[in-house]
Design a protein around this ligand. Sequence first.
Ligand code: ADP
Ligand code: MG
Length: 309
Amino acid sequence: MEPAIKLESLTKRYSFKILALRGISMEIEHGACVGFLGPNGAGKSTTIKILTGLIRPTDGKAYLNGKDILLNKKEALSDVGCVVETPDFYTYLTPVDTLTYLGKIRGVDDLDARIEEILKLVKLEDWADTRVGSFSKGMKQRLGIGQALLHDPRLIILDEPSSGLDPKGMAEVRDLILRLKKEGKTLFISSHMLSEIQQTADKVALINKGEILAYDTVDALGKKYFTVREVTVETADPVRDAQLHAVESMAMVRAVTAENGTRLLIRFEGECDECRYDLLRGLFDAGIKVTSFVPKGLALESVYMEMIK
Ligand SMILES: Nc1ncnc2c1ncn2[C@@H]1O[C@H](COP(=O)(O)OP(=O)(O)O)[C@@H](O)[C@H]1O
Ligand SMILES: [Mg+2]
């Protein structure tokens, strides 16, 4: 079977100066939930806009369910639902109006029943007849996801579905994604937040400056890149330069930041308790009077930040 999404050396140049995508290639199999992770300006929306036929690539190919989006846009998008950037709706229409209008365009069968089902799924049933103009960003985002699901597509593409949402809105979107995942949908979800991706995705494609830096399962990436740990150390006396150097020169230590005279942030590599003990002993050997030693677990966020520098 053809993969759900296939990108081949996709390149997008907006202008002489702006090369947004530098030939990215990847494949997403059916049933996978893939997070497309990268900072602002990385090229996520550009990729998704090409995938959904909103803009054309400068070079390269994009296939959805084996169909070339450039040669066969209608067919390529027939089994795809998407929300690109923050969805906009006619403010004077209600969710029911909006979904009716979109459903008719897409030829959705048994539309009224389907709309009821969708509004329940995205928790907008109590707002079915309220004009969208008065909706919060989270409600619009949910309606956006609702419209993407209207024709029950197998592949769902969401561009930063949690951006601009409050914690409650983010949790609702996350639950919705987990539910779609359980239903066996293929999901491709962009985000600039590692934490968001970690909660839902099985695989992560890390993009920065128009290039894919890594593409693997969350577990494999964790083993490969995210074995670095962090510990916050408080000391009784200010740490001297010589002591700082002694810590920095320890084998497992990657980086030391002196937050103030008596607090150190130490990033180190290694998974076992033994390693933590060695680090602690190293601190004692350097004559540092440790009053507090608080490990932070995997420093995922900082490794991600480092990778995208
Ligand atoms: N319409 C456009 N015209 C010119 N440059 C653009 C346009 N859209 C995006 N860009 C640039 O392309 C790069 C990638 O943008 P984008 O795909 O929106 O990134 P992301 O969605 O990851 O934040 C950025 O440098 C951005 O400024
Ligand atoms: Mg974007």
